[in-house]
Design a protein. Sequence first.
Length: 116
Amino acid sequence: QVQLVESGGGLVQPGGFLRLSCAASGSISIINVMGWYRQAPGKQRELVATFTSAGSTNYADSVKGRFTISRDNAKSAIYLQMNSLKPEDTAVYYCRCSYGLGRVTWGQGTQVSISS
């Protein structure tokens, strides 16, 4: 089992920035891929940014150039630096991890609200 805990959400004004963190614990040696997703009210959960199995990164078009995903393997953590935030970035942000043979787990989510 792998457990994920997110942190770093909050309320910021448009144009502001936030940095989300996701720490993994448990069977971290069998983690395959970690990434960030988000779900806005009334909408489906969508990919924001993720590492691929090849170690590269993949971003949603809506966040390219503004968001950056990074990781610290020593801490079994990933991060999401979010700059130039827009009201449409408002959502609950979730960390997702695939591990072992096709297993997936999610964090509890952290609220990001962009408003003036």
